[in-house]
Design a protein around this ligand. Sequence first.
Ligand SMILES: [Zn+2]
Length: 105
Amino acid sequence: MKKYIQENYRVRAIPERHFGYETTEKDCEKLKKEIERHCDIEEVYVEHDTRCICEFCGSEWEEEWDNGMPFCCNKAQDEYEKLREEALNNAKNKPILKEPLNDTK
Ligand SMILES: [Zn+2]
């Protein structure tokens, strides 16, 4: 039968949240130093989660699977179109590199 075991016990510490729901890296580093100063422990480290949001509207980032066009707002879609046009223009202006043909033995 399978059996669940508990291992790698550790403590997670979340600093007081001063600025809305976000906790800054600075607050975490400060708490880390306080823990290191007061406790006899092996290791303290700061971790974080990462999620992708739209820089314009703050929504979770979602895009069309085939072309990468974002769904959330007009600003994100305008930016996408602008970057896509720049990439196309850069590709047009680049000289085409010819591959050497001498490796066909
Ligand atoms: Zn957006």
